[in-house]
Design a protein. Structure first.
Lengths: 206, 803
């Protein structure tokens, strides 16, 4: 089944740091709960793994991650990930991620992501109805981690709040340890979904 | 020796014969949990089988690694197509003249297809081992839509058929094309349309649904290597045909193959076919020399065993301006899934779909059905209906409504105008069916009066005039004719075996009896009703008659129970076997009473000498005499076998009316009233008929209002658990009102026609008719099923009437 996502995550960091984090594929992977880059084939091509457990289905996807486009000028990255699990699920994702400057505040920016995710096999059969909600949760965790990773970078020169004048693109982003480092935690997601559902109920009533 | 005299009425009542609401013999054991279903069967040294299934709808199998599974303690074997190849059992023939993979051979064709089997000490170990079998797939493009499947560049579903330009039912013109089957008069129909004053056209989807019996499929196969005998307990609606097929496939003589259908928890067509699980369990038992049990779980049942329907229909009607139908034209694209495994009589790849001229006197008609392969599970069985009759009735009943709407005529009026009249029977339809009997006008009037149809229409008009009405009110009306009791062997066969059925009756010396049948009950109550036929025919109380079915070693050969054929075919075999015994009994009675046979009258339970009520012999007297001292020249014993080949189908009919109230805020539909009048000819047990009708209506309600098998574009089935797939319980089921008329079948020995499927066939279009009727003033002519709240709410929004 296919899920299309279009998300904006406001960041408390400037464009340069945000972009530096985004273009470092290992850092990005580190922000994704349960994901890791296992092998670098080239600067544009990697092997990786993602562990997911939702409801009755646990999967360990192994696959490839290819950067299709890396546009420094518009701070846009396109990538395609593909993976399969031994237990009979497969997934692919086409993602276009962009760092958008904040017109009002140079210390802020927005991470914009558009993704088409196709999930196939057991995951689609048993987890299908949760796909959108789970994706939202996973991406929220990713965004939190991403913010933390980007904030951890030293601010580039030219920005009023910068503590040190390091060039942004020379920084190797060191991601903070993700909160859920092992795998996407089914129970945590479940609780988050329930909380969200309740919030939704109240929102509708007011 | 004669018992004290009783009145005639008391003697009749004591028989509990035909026409009496005798309580079901079966229920005592079922309600006490004493049934004997296939999963209740446990044999010494029995092993358990589980199946590794494809997660993908279309993929090449690159590698199968069994090692981790085989390393689990308690696992005996992991078998794949490569292991079955030397036995030539990796593919098997289907009932429709195609072949189906037993275990996927090089590629998988649909999600949940069988890829490997695991045999282990218990079910849990087997399930763990299934998880441990590692399979590497290369995913292929899928084709889920039958129209897309016919495009030139569509993915090839069946590579094994490459280059085959003809199949079991004629020419193939595309790699995903199975057959094209035509019925009726094309030229005549086209001409009638060309000259027609009025024509209407409607695309109608009958979505894919699943029969979903409460008990899933399964078997226990037990091969005795010493005796060379194979016994298989199996959830089969047709055990005798299974025995023949197993013998042909395995090479074991049919005399050494025994198939037993024990108690069956519902079939509804799902248990007619032969599934890979059965074949694999049998092979495993032969290879290992131990009994092997295989029981499906619910997800496997819904995902991989036979579905029903999936007919994409285009209907057209030509008519005069005053609503007289002059022609019918139908084109169907039939999605058969990856293998053509429909269970239809051999000559009819679209079953009896050509009953689609319905209850109407239509001068000329033409139907064309095109079967198509897609990456879905195979099936296309008759889900609680005669072969494709549900689709046919849905088509014609929707089309007559569409025509009525176009002409602004009332639904009841247009039906009455086009009905085959009582005096026209026997009536030959434009498609060549010979309808045996019917009286549609009387039945229609009875329903309209009972429901105050005019009053309902007035109420509806008032609701429509009120913009603040919280509901939309709809009235559905359907007048269906079924064709059941397949069938005359000159027209109907399965794998070459004529579709007769059989009965063997033995009267014991003390006057009780056993009847053995070629059919098999799955909830129909055969043990109750068959005994009632014999009771009436032979004057033996029902309570003293045992009915046995399902064991091929004891029962006479029969084609089984589906398509409402038990009463029309086996019921006739019973009556005629009983009449053979009756004729012999008359000879014995004449001998005992020392009179000529013609001097005897039959009365309820005895032969009596004409004009002298005191001189008679009951069946008890006669039975004893048959074994004690039969007349000279007459064989001892009192038994008979009859194989009944019906001269024609039977044609039960009914008029159904339904009133719905649709909540304009939520799209929720309340079935306010549902009135079902059925005419199944002679009624054997009114209580069982009513139960059958309640069951059929409830399943029809499920199909029309909620059941669906949603696939995504990648071929994943997104609703294969009972969390998604709707099975109605007492909570959701509406209240049913039933009624009847009796128009006996003239060619059936007791005039009975069969009933269990009518309510399913008839109710589904009635619900749709009511739903569309609620929207008809807004220009809606048709709405596809299921009519669940979300879909209905979307329609309310689209038409601007949602609150």
């Amino acid at each position: 089944m296919e899920v299309k996502l279009d998300k904006n995550y406001p960041l408390d960091v400037d464009v340069a740091r945000a972009w530096a984090t985004l273009r470092d594929i290992k850092a990005v992977a580190g922000c994704m709960p349960g994901a890791a880059i296992t092998e670098e084939i080239s600067a544009m091509s990697y092997k990786g793994a993602v562990k997911v457990k939702v409801g009755p289905v646990a999967a360990q996807f192994g696959g490839t991650l290819d950067i299709l486009e890396l546009d420094e000028a518009s701070r846009k990255m396109s990538l395609r990930g593909k993976g399969a699990d031994k237990g009979g699920s497969s997934a692919s994702m086409d993602l276009v991620a962009t760092i958008v400057p904040d017109a009002a505040d140079p210390n802020k920016s927005t991470l914009h992501g558009e993704a088409a995710v196709i999930v196939n096999g057991k995951f689609a059969q048993f987890g299908g109805r949760m796909m959108v909600q789970v994706s939202d949760m996973v991406l929220d965790q990713f965004a939190d981690n991403f913010r933390a990773a980007a904030s951890a970078l030293s601010a580039p020169a030219g920005v009023a709040t910068a503590a040190s004048p390091t060039m942004a693109n020379s920084v190797s982003a060191a991601p903070v340890t993700p909160k859920d480092s092992d795998s996407i935690n089914g129970l945590a997601i479940f609780w988050a979904l329930i909380k969200r559902w309740f919030r939704g109920l109240f929102r509708q009533q007011h | 020796m004669n018992a004290p005299e009783q009145t005639l009425e008391a003697r009749e009542a004591a028989l509990a014969g035909m026409g009496q609401s005798r309580l079901r013999k079966e229920d005592a054991r079922f309600i006490q949990g004493k049934g004997n279903y296939v999963d209740d069967i446990k044999m010494p040294n029995m092993l358990h089988m589980d199946i590794v299934r494809s997660p993908f709808a279309h993929a090449r199998i690159k590698k199968i690694n069994k090692e981790a599974a085989l390393a689990i303690p308690g696992v005996y074997a992991v078998l794949t197509a490569d292991d079955l190849k030397p036995l030539k059992l990796h593919w098997m023939p289907t009932l429709a003249g195609d072949v189906a993979a037993v275990l996927a051979d090089e590629k998988v064709h649909f999600q949940m297809q069988e890829v490997a089997i695991v045999i282990a000490d218990d079910r849990y170990i087997a399930a763990d081992a299934v998880e441990a079998v590692e399979i590497e797939y290369e995913e292929l493009p899928v084709v889920m839509d039958p129209y897309a499947a016919l495009k030139p560049d569509a993915p090839v579903v069946r590579e094994d058929l490459a280059g085959k330009t003809s199949g079991a039912h004629g020419a193939r013109d595309h790699h995903n094309h199975i057959f094209t089957w035509d019925a009726g008069d094309k030229a005549g129909t086209d001409a009638a349309f060309a000259n027609a004053a009025i024509t209407v056209k409607q695309h109608i989807l009958y979505p894919r649904v699943h029969p979903c019996p409460l008990e899933t499929c399964g078997c226990v196969a037990s091969f005795d290597p010493v005796r060379g005998e194979l016994t298989t307990y199996m959830t089969s609606q047709a055990p005798h045909i299974v025995r023949t097929v197993v013998s042909l496939l395995s090479g074991i003589p049919e005399s050494k193959v025994r198939i037993v259908s024990p108690d069956i928890g519902g079939g509804f067509g799902n248990k007619v076919g032969i599934y890979p699980g059965y074949v694999c369990a049998i092979v495993a038992s032969i290879v290992l020399g131990r009994p092997v049990k295989w029981i499906e779980d619910r997800i496997e049942n819904i995902s991989s065993t036979a579905f029903a329907r999936d007919y994409h229909m285009d209907g057209e009607i030509a008519a005069t301006p005053d609503g007289k139908i002059t022609a019918l034209r139908v084109n169907v694209i039939a999605d058969h899934g990856a293998f053509d495994a429909c269970a239809d009589p051999t000559k009819f790849p679209a079953g009896l779909f050509h009953i689609c001229s319905g209850s109407y006197d239509i001068p000329v008609a033409f139907a064309s059905v095109k079967g198509v392969y897609t990456n879905k599970a195979p099936g296309g069985v008759a889900y609680r209906c005669s072969f494709r009759v549900t689709e046919a009735v849905y088509l014609i009943e929707r089309m007559v409504d569409v025509l009525a709407q176009k002409l602004n005529m009332d639904k009841a009026e247009i039906r009455a105008k086009n009905f085959i009249r009582k005096e026209q029977f026997p009536y030959t339809s434009a498609f060549g069916f010979e309808y045996d009997s019917g009286d549609y006008h009387t039945a229609l009037q009875k329903v309209l009066d009972a429901m105050d149809y005019k009053g309902l229409r007035a109420e509806q008009a008032a609701k429509r005039a009120d913009p603040n009405s919280p509901t939309l009110m709809g009235i559905g009306l359907v007048s269906f004719t079924e064709v059941v009791g397949a069938g005359p062997s000159k027209m109907c066969d399965i794998l070459g075996v004529g579709m007769f059925d059989s009965c063997e009756i033995r009267i014991h010396p003390t006057g009780s009896a056993i009847a053995r049948m070629g059919t098999i009950t799955q909830g129909q109550g055969h043990q109750t009703t068959y005994a009632q036929i014999i009771a009436t025919e032979l004057g033996i109380p029902s309570e003293n008659i045992q009915v046995e079915e399902g064991d091929t070693s004891t029962a006479p050969y029969g084609l089984g129970t589906y398509g409402s054929r038990s009463t029309p075919v086996a019921g006739a075999a019973i009556a005629l076997a009983a009449r053979k015994i009756h004729a012999k009994a008359r000879k014995i009675a004449a001998h005992m009473l020392e009179v000529g046979e013609n001097d005897l009258d039959w009365e309820v339970d005895r032969f009596k000498v004409k004009g002298d009520d005191s001189r008679y012999k009951t069946m008890v007297d006669i039975s004893w005499q048959a074994y004690h001292q039969p007349p000279a020249g007459l064989e001892p014993g009192l038994e008979a076998v009859h194989y009944y080949d019906p001269p024609n189908f039977t044609y039960p009919f009914g008029i159904y009316l339904c009133v719905v109230d649709i909540d304009r805020g939520t799209g929720e539909t309340k079935i306010r009233r549902f009135y079902a009048l059925d005419d199944c000819g002679t009624r054997i047990n009114p209580m069982i008929i009513e139960g059958q009708i309640h069951g059929g209506l409830t399943e029809g309600f499920a199909v029309a209002m909620a059941q669906q098998m949603p696939f995504d574009a990648q071929g994943n089935l997104l609703g294969n658990t009972l969390m998604d797939y709707f099975l109605p319980t007492a909570v959701e089921t509406p209240h049913w009102e039933t009624d009847f008329t009796v128009t006996p079948s003239p060619h059936h020995p007791i005039g009975a026609k069969g009933v269990a499927e009518s309510p399913h066939v008839g109710s589904i279009p009635t619900f749709t008719s009511a739903m569309v009727d609620a929207f008809s003033h807004l220009g809606v002519t048709h709405m596809d099923m299921p009519h669940n709240a979300f879909r209905v709410w979307k329609e309310l929004k689209a038409r601007g009437v949602a609150l």
